[in-house]
Design a protein around this ligand. Structure first.
Ligand code: BG6
Ligand code: MG
Length: 224
């Protein structure tokens, strides 16, 4: 049974947890989907969260059963075009794009000597942390190109605990995606889901929004 006193570190997803960037991923993919005449659905909107770039493209193409109509080169070109557009969108980020409550939460963790790392599937994570001016809070950032499998596999969150030099059971992972919650749970960490509680029902603790996430609330849930 987890108790807050055993917790020594926090592993953060980035897009949709710290940074208001999930909307930019969605916007950039939606443009590609429109061009390919693939209807944008709720299932795509939530399904692309947490999974890597090529898996997102495959999800979109498979939603209309057209993945086989594109060669590997064409798929690479579509993924690159999405990322070029996404990079344009994130170039405008400022510290104001840190999601509500997260500046305070990071400062509180730091004040309590709790270590932090980044467990994002995004290759753009270091750039975004820099734009938000929050890089210094983190001991390290998982390089998603160096892990075997992306989310929902446990690899990214397992690596985030290694960066913290902590066993997984001493780490809390925060996520806004279903794939990410599975990754945290299967890595043996304590999962905090931020967003729709039904969708993120596998999380140990749920918060409706980032502004509800506080150290005191997490402590209260774990010591219940
Ligand atoms: C995740 C996002 O954080 O990063 C996904 O939730 C995205 O939507 C993934 O596909 C990979 O990001 P990038 O920036 O490497 O294309
Ligand atoms: Mg996310």
């Amino acid at each position: 049974m987890a108790n807050f006193d055993t917790i020594k570190g926090f592993a953060f997803d980035l897009d949709g947890v710290l940074a208001d960037t999930a909307r930019f991923h969605s916007q950039a993919w939606r443009q590609i989907a429109d061009e390919l005449d693939i209807p944008w659905t709720e299932a795509l909107e939530s399904g692309i969260k947490g999974i890597d770039r090529m898996s997102s493209l495959m999800l979109i193409l498979n939603s209309k059963g057209v993945a086989d109509n594109y060669s590997d080169e064409e798929k690479e070109a579509l993924a690159k075009r999405k990322n070029d557009h996404y990079k344009e969108l994130i170039s405008t980020l400022t510290p104001d794009d840190v999601l509500p409550g997260m500046h305070e939460f990071l400062a509180d963790l730091k004040a309590n000597d709790l270590k932090m790392s980044i467990a994002s599937a995004s290759k753009n994570a270091p750039f975004i942390l820099d734009k938000l001016q929050i890089s210094d809070y983190f001991v390290g950032v998982v390089d998603p190109s160096k892990v075997k499998q992306g989310k929902p596999a446990p690899d990214i969150f397992a690596e985030a605990a290694k960066i913290l030099n902590l066993p997984p059971e001493q780490v809390v992972g925060l996520e806004d995606s279903e794939a990410g919650i599975t990754s945290i749970n299967d890595a043996g960490e304590i999962s905090v889901g931020i967003g729709d509680a039904l969708q993120l029902h596998a999380a140990k603790i749920n918060f409706p929004s980032t502004k509800d996430v506080t150290l005191a609330q997490i402590k209260a849930h774990l010591n219940w």
